[in-house]
Structure formats: structure tokens, C-alpha cells
Design a protein around this ligand. Structure first.
Ligand code: ATP
Length: 307
């Protein structure tokens, strides 16, 4: 039995004649780390705005923590937390002033606020003074304080919209350690990211394209359904091979043959021809079977729009 904390059914969001979210349906379970991936403009932020009670659906139904968004967005707002890379904290206020401001907006009780702030600053291992100006924090620390701020009112679900964009790899990794701890504590984490190593850490991922969900599964499930046959990597033995092959469509042998950095990734569609011709490719390339990455999945699904 599932324990859905987010249930979206046939959600459509239009801005005038433009359909930003086009009839999407999915659920998110309690405690799940749910990833939302897609190119810029795919409709991720618009969906999150509906789920956070900031925007009403044009059509369809949305239940968040048991509240129907059509019944009013206020009740949803108290149950969710939101942080984005774009808007986090006021740079010209101290850490404490920012938190005080959010606590006032959320109308938190003074004692609860003091307790929560202490717990959350322990949780993020904040070791600076609360009187530090936000502009003086590193990118990674600022994102952690933003996370604490978004958790101040103890929401059941936290929405993270590209929370680690632009921060260092070390800071990204320690931010993700916090995400895992939140999930272990039963919080539901809904996250958008353009980093595939982060997507790999989600329990399930929805891939969005032009307002639609084109795939939804675990990272392993997405790899298996996108690549039912082995994926081969072709490493050119010299630069000539790369130039020569990057312009040729090899459709008669391969399902696809795509550049991937300085290599190619491919799937064979015609085994017989491949057996006959493999040696000619081996003259120019070192060929090995690889486990596809989520980046392979993403590129392939974007290419084909495959559902
Ligand atoms: P990104 O990764 O760039 O944040 P996204 O997947 O979050 O992209 P959205 O921000 O949801 O995409 O935007 C989806 C589409 O809806 C885009 O084409 C965007 O221009 C359009 N859009 C978003 N908000 C509005 C609005 N208020 N009015 C008109 N169009 C909008």
C-alpha cells in the first residue's frame, strides 16, 4: 500500500493560451526523495508553485498532505516548505534577522521558534555567529541556512528548486547528506536538479518535457526501460575517428550513436551486421560495454521524446 503525501491528477496549468503544465498525473510517497528533471522551461517550477499553494491549477486535482488545492492554498502553505537557488535569504540582513523575519511571517510561537532554530542549526552544523551578515556566508552555507529557514515551521514536505545550483561539489555533497537525513526522519523531499549525480540519489525521478511527464521511475528502472539492450562506449583512438564519426548517422547498425564528451555511446540494433563490421570499428575505437548513466537516459529521452 502506498502512503501518498502528494497526489496530482490530470494537472494542467495555462498562462493565457500557453500550456506550461499539460495533464500530468503522479504521486509522491511520505519520506520519499522525489526528483523532478527536465530542460529549462519544461514546467517544473510551475508544478512546484501549484504544489506549494502559490498558484491554482487551471484543471485537474492536487492533494498535498491531505489538502485539496482547490479548497484554498493557505492550508497547503503551512504544510510545505520551499527553497530555491534563486531566492533564498536577504543578503543585507544577518542570519538571525532573516530567521526572525520568517518566524514572524509564519506566526511562530516564540518558544517553538527558539527550539526549532536551535535544532535546525545543529542539524545543518552551523558554526558561524547568528549575527553574521548573509552576504558574508559561503554559497554552500547560505544554502544550508536557507534550508533551515524553509524547515522552520516543521513542514511535512520540502520543495527544493535547484537548491545546489552554483555551489561547490563539496557543498553539494554535504547538502545532499542533509536531504537524506530529512528523508530518514520521514520528511518528503521534492527536488529539482540539473545535476545527474544528484538525480541518481533520488528514490524516483519524473522527467518533464514541454509540460508533460515523459518518464517516471527509479533511476535503475529508467535505465532499464530506456536501454533494453547493452550500451556500448566507443573511445576514439585518435581525433580523426571522432570527427569522422560524429557526422555520420549509423542508423543501419545502431539504434543510436551519439557523441558523449570525446566518446560515443551507442546501442546496436542489428546484431548480424554488427558482428560482421565490429572489427572495422575496433580499428578506430576502443569499444566497451558500459552501465548507462542518468545522463544517457536524459539525452536519449530528450532526443526521442520516448514515453
Ligand atoms: P527552469 O529550469 O528554467 O526553472 P522549469 O521547468 O521550471 O524551467 P517553468 O518555470 O515551470 O519551467 O516554466 C514553464 C513554461 O511556462 C516556460 O515556457 C515559462 O516561460 C512559462 N511561464 C512560467 N511562468 C509564467 C507566467 N507567470 N506567465 C507566462 N508564462 C510563464
Amino acid at each position: 500500500m502506498t502512503d501518498a503525501v502528494v497526489a496530482v491528477e490530470n494537472l494542467t496549468v495555462k498562462f493565457g493560451d500557453f500550456t506550461a503544465v499539460d495533464n500530468i498525473t503522479f504521486t509522491v510517497d511520505r519520506g520519499e526523495i522525489f526528483g523532478f528533471l527536465g530542460a529549462n522551461g519544461a514546467g517544473k517550477t510551475t508544478t512546484i508553485r501549484v504544489l506549494c499553494g502559490l498558484l491554482l491549477p487551471t484543471d485537474g486535482s492536487v492533494h498535498v498532505a491531505g489538502v485539496d488545492s482547490n479548497e484554498g492554498t493557505r492550508a497547503i502553505k503551512s504544510r510545505v516548505g520551499y527553497m530555491s537557488q534563486k531566492f533564498t535569504l536577504y543578503n543585507d540582513l544577518t542570519v538571525e534577522e532573516n530567521l526572525d523575519f520568517i518566524a514572524a511571517l509564519r506566526k511562530l510561537d516564540k518558544t517553538d521558534y527558539a527550539r526549532r532554530r536551535k535544532e535546525l542549526f545543529d542539524f545543518i552544523s552551523f558554526d558561524r555567529s547568528l549575527k553574521t551578515m548573509v552576504r558574508d556566508l559561503s554559497g554552500g552555507t547560505k544554502q544550508k541556512v536557507s534550508l533551515a529557514a524553509a524547515l522552520l515551521h516543521a513542514p511535512e514536505i520540502i520543495f527544493l528548486d535547484e537548491p545546489t545550483a552554483g555551489v561547490s561539489p563539496e557543498a553539494r555533497s554535504s547538502f545532499w547528506a542533509l536531504i537524506h537525513r530529512l528523508s530518514e526522519d520521514g520528511k518528503t523531499v521534492f527536488v529539482t536538479t540539473h545535476y545527474m549525480d544528484e538525480a541518481e540519489q533520488c528514490k524516483r525521478i519524473a522527467l518533464m518535457r514541454e509540460g508533460r511527464i515523459i518518464a517516471l521511475d527509479t533511476p535503475a528502472g529508467l535505465k532499464a526501460s530506456t536501454f533494453p539492450m547493452p550500451v556500448l562506449e566507443f573511445e576514439p583512438k585518435d581525433a580523426m575517428s571522432f570527427r569522422e564519426f560524429s557526422n555520420i548517422k549509423q542508423r543501419d547498425i545502431f539504434l543510436f550513436f551519439e557523441p558523449y564528451g570525446i566518446r560515443f555511446h551507442a546501442c546496436v540494433s542489428n546484431e548480424e551486421t554488427w558482428k560482421a563490421l565490429r572489427h572495422t570499428y575496433e580499428e578506430k575505437f576502443t569499444i566497451r560495454e558500459i552501465t548507462p548513466t542518468l545522463e544517457d537516459v536524459f539525452i536519449r529521452r530528450e532526443e526521442t521524446g520516448q514515453v
